[in-house]
Design a protein around this ligand. Structure first.
Ligand code: SAH
Length: 556
């Protein structure tokens, strides 16, 4: 029996979704932060529950082959990077299996490996964040510092150069801290509610190089703000916007709603490159939502665009569209794009961004996706019968509302592209869509947040046609098999063919070949449901490959 504070040796055999090492002692499960799969460690129990406990890493006795020294000396105390001690390749594997496991466990897609593509990682998995927010305070010695809150506390640990952020951040912060000292400006004190400077927000356009600084203040103005602006511009000629955000509330919310413009237009601009080398330009203000990893964002949106399969004639909905980034990206390849977003200011930005790029085939609605879409469906869709070819969704972590999913199914687009920041809710929503006539074609994760446990996933679903419904029925009918058939499942045959020839074959083709070879006698399976429905016939190369597989499994 291990009690709180007891030290014990343990082998780490798995990683939790939150990135903690998992190991067992006599069937009792332990979660150990900062430990990685393959480590043999000395741990100290911090909390003991009935069937599991939490422990702290005391010492690595024998490191895992995938363990690495964190690049940031503060990685452990910060907690923002849960995976820095794991080599980047292993981080990517961890994220792939997280998505795959959720698809299998929550979505019930036991064959998820068949449509799963490798994660898109980064060449340089540091210094990718285009946005940084640093709290400002005083340390124990009374010095003004910028840094981060130590895990679950509100005491600030000094760190002016987070390795996920750009190098300019350090210069901005040290300039502001020196200025505060020179001008007797107090940092905000959470306990007393006194002091002025609360947070510093820094944003940078990856492609334009434009820099934005916004200081959140607990006051109506900042003394000598113009002097500070002069110093910042001198240090950083790329500074394009300097603003103050007024937040006088005693809350954890960082930004205030009122913005005071000190220098520049109040926004910076950045570009997102399209696959054809052209680009879409975006305005980013202190309050706008913009993906924090610009480099990976292009890969994420590029994947969404690829999956949408646009030729220029399609009508598309982009649900949860934010400032219209995906919508505008799609609009250049579609006939019409409708975007929906709950935050009115984001829609203002989306409309401005459309104008900035001379895009006039994108229309935006403010509201909840689960309300706007059903309303449009009952009024417009029924009236005009306007077909929708593709629906793209990019919901927050909780996934799509069921009412939204239901309406999507009623609208029945040929393709649904689901961009997700939470594999668990993705799997849940995919399960629903697949029970309502959709099939998963491809799942491709993108690593938007290296060093952390978060993973973004793009999934393409296509609407089943009548012939494909027959395929599904074929899969179901594996229960009623002839002896020869029992030797391998449709999935095993598909996997064998893919592995040996690189060809993807459908259950329908396999059934056709089986029938030709006399394995299936039930001829009705191979017939379309309605007489006039056309059924694709297995091409000769695939027939040959399937026959090879049938031979391999001893079925013929
Ligand atoms: N597609 C955008 C934003 C994705 S983040 C991009 O890539 O930049 C998810 C967005 O959904 C946020 O902007 C959030 O404000 C919005 N949102 C949250 N709940 C919503 C709802 N019920 N209906 C519509 N939008 C919602």
């Amino acid at each position: 029996m291990i009690n709180k504070n007891d030290q014990f040796e343990i082998y780490i055999t798995d990683l939790s979704d939150e990135g903690a090492g998992i190991g067992k002692t006599d069937g009792f499960t332990w979660f150990v932060k900062d430990a990685v799969i393959g480590d043999h460690i000395l741990a100290a129990a911090t909390k003991v529950k009935k069937n599991y406990g939490f422990a702290r890493l005391v010492k690595v006795i024998e490191p895992s082959a995938s363990r690495t020294t964190p690049a940031c000396p503060l990685a452990r105390s910060c907690g923002g990077c849960q995976l820095q001690q794991l080599e980047y390749d292993s981080q990517l594997k961890f994220k792939e299996s997280k998505v795959l496991n959720d698809l299998k466990r929550i979505g019930g897609f036991t064959d998820a490996g068949a449509f799963f593509e490798p994660i898109i990682g980064m060449q340089q998995p540091f210094r990718y964040r285009n946005k940084a927010v640093y709290p400002i305070g005083r340390n124990k010695e009374g010095r003004i510092i910028a840094g981060f809150y130590a895990g679950r506390t509100h005491s600030i640990i000094a760190c002016e150069d987070c390795l996920l952020g750009f190098e300019e951040n350090r210069i901005v912060l040290s300039t502001i801290i020196k200025f505060m000292g020179d001008n007797d400006i107090e940092p905000y004190n959470e306990n007393t509610g006194s002091g002025v400077v609360r947070h510093v927000l820094i944003r940078k356009g990856l492609h334009t190089g434009e820099l934005m600084v916004c200081i959140v203040i607990n006051a109506g103005k900042l003394k000598n703000a113009d002097v500070l602006c002069g110093r910042l511009r001198e240090m950083l000629p790329s500074l394009k916007s300097f603003t103050l955000s007024v937040n006088r509330e005693r809350t954890n919310v960082i930004m205030g709603t009122r913005i005071i413009n000190v220098y520049g237009p109040g926004y910076i601009e950045d570009l997102i490159h399209d696959r054809d080398g052209s680009q879409v330009r975006f305005r980013i203000s202190p309050l706008s939502f913009f993906q924090v990893n610009s480099e990976q964002m292009e890969k994420l949106y590029g994947t969404a665009l690829e999956f949408a399969g646009l030729t220029g004639n399609e009508r598309v909905w982009d649900l949860y569209c934010g400032v219209g980034t995906i919508s505008l990206f799609l609009a250049r390849h579609a006939k019409k794009v409708y975007g929906v977003e709950i935050i009115p200011e984001a829609i203002d930005n989306a409309r401005e961004n459309a104008e900035l790029n001379s895009i006039d085939n994108a229309e935006f609605f403010v509201g909840k996706a689960e309300e706007v879409l059903p309303e449009w469906y009952s009024k417009e869709y029924r009236k005009t019968g306007e077909k929708i070819d593709v629906i793209v969704v990019d919901p927050p972590r909780k996934g799509c509302d069921e009412n939204c999913l239901k309406t999507m199914v009623s609208i029945a687009p040929k393709r649904i592209v689901y961009v997700s920041c939470d594999p668990a809710t993705l799997a849940r929503d995919l399960k629903y869509l697949c029970s309502e006539g959709y099939r998963i074609e491809t799942v491709r994760p993108v690593d938007m947040f290296p060093q952390t446990v978060h993973v973004e996933t793009v999934c393409l679903l296509s609407k089943l046609k009548s012939t494909q419904h027959i395929e599904v029925e074929l899969d179901m009918d594996e229960l009623d098999l002839t002896d020869a058939e029992k030797k391998a499942t449709y999935q095993e045959i598909k996997d064998y063919v893919l592995e040996h020839t690189g060809l993807k074959v459908s259950s329908l083709y396999i059934a056709q070949v089986k029938q030709k070879c006399g394995i299936i006698e039930r001829e009705n399976y191979n017939k379309p449901k309605s007489e006039d429905a056309k059924q694709p016939q297995c091409p000769p190369d695939k027939e040959k490959a399937i026959k090879e597989a049938l031979k391999h499994f001893g079925m013929i």
